[in-house]
Design a protein around this ligand. Structure first.
Ligand SMILES: C[S@@+](CC[C@H](N)C(=O)[O-])C[C@H]1O[C@@H](n2cnc3c(N)ncnc32)[C@H](O)[C@@H]1O
Length: 264
């Protein structure tokens, strides 16, 4: 009898974020130029007071670290002892992160790179003082499971900060829902389904099904956090996602916010 051919790893290896996302993600310099020249993500994170949340020699996780610019910033923070930079993209971790750390002025010796999915976090219970995710939480396919894992790995007194999120206004969800239902109804009437990107669920919208971007209202985020045993505080950065020189703010487009979660 022939062996079962297991191609799961091969299949997973083919889907690298850096290939799926825009060209800037190919190398450290182009991505850093994009992040600092076109977007406000780095500026918004620089204004966040990480030190206030950190004990001395803190153990920190940058989950969905991408190029690793935030892991680099955290590795240069005096109160941080160890940073885990965790992402699903081998390309970003192997090739882009080391160069980004050099560009940002971080300490590569204090950064441990882990290539893996958001869940399960293969880390011991109560082992981290801070988990930071920049523009990454809304990519979690199962936010409840992720929040459960974040709660498990936090030490007493620890915190999670979901940086650079853009909670959807209720009117945006209404507009999305209207377009989805109209397309579905029209498809029914015509007898041929109409393909619309995205999906609508009771508690979120999947607005980019290629990269897995999900939109949550602030209310939905509050409910998710409470269910997982966290209190939630939203800090408005007053910055849009992109600089006006790159693109104008869209109608109803929210500011970037930082969401701080503390175990209850
Ligand atoms: C929008 S990027 C943000 C990257 C970085 N934190 C930043 O602010 O520039 C989202 C990152 O999450 C990673 N990612 C998305 N879904 C993931 C998953 N299920 N498990 C692990 N990493 C994931 C991607 O590889 C990508 O690097």
């Amino acid at each position: 009898m022939l062996e079962v051919r297991d191609v799961r790893l091969e299949q997973a290896g083919r889907s690298d974020w850096a290939d799926a996302a825009s060209d800037e993600w190919a190398n450290a310099q182009s991505l850093w130029d994009h992040l600092t020249g076109a977007s406000n993500l780095v500026e918004a994170a620089q204004a966040f007071d990480f030190a206030a949340l950190l004990p001395p020699e803190a153990a920190v996780l940058d989950l969905g670290c991408g190029s690793g610019w935030l892991a680099a910033m955290l590795s240069a923070e005096p109160k941080v002892g160890h940073v885990i930079a965790w992402d699903g993209s081998p390309h970003l971790l192997e090739h882009v992160l080391p160069e980004t750390v050099a560009l940002v002025g971080g300490d590569l010796e204090r950064i441990e790179r882990v290539c893996g999915d958001f869940v399960p976090l293969t880390l011991p219970d109560a082992s981290l003082d801070l988990v930071a995710m920049s523009s990454a939480f809304h990519h979690a396919p199962d936010p409840r499971r992720l929040l459960g894992e974040l709660r498990r790995v936090l030490r007493p007194g620890g915190a999670v900060v979901l940086l650079n999120e853009t909670p959807w206004k209720r009117l945006m969800v209404l507009g999305f829902a209207t377009r989805m239902y109209l397309a579905a109804l029209l498809g029914l009437v015509r007898g041929t389904p109409i393909a619309r990107p995205g999906q609508l669920a009771a508690d979120h919208v999947l607005y980019d099904d290629r990269l897995g971007d999900r939109g949550y209202t602030a209310g939905a985020l509050r409910a998710l956090a409470a269910e997982a045993g966290f209190t939630l505080e939203i800090q408005d950065t007053r910055l849009p996602s992109f600089k006006p020189s790159y693109r104008d703010r869209m109608r109803l487009e929210p500011n970037l916010v930082h969401i701080v979660l503390h175990p209850r």
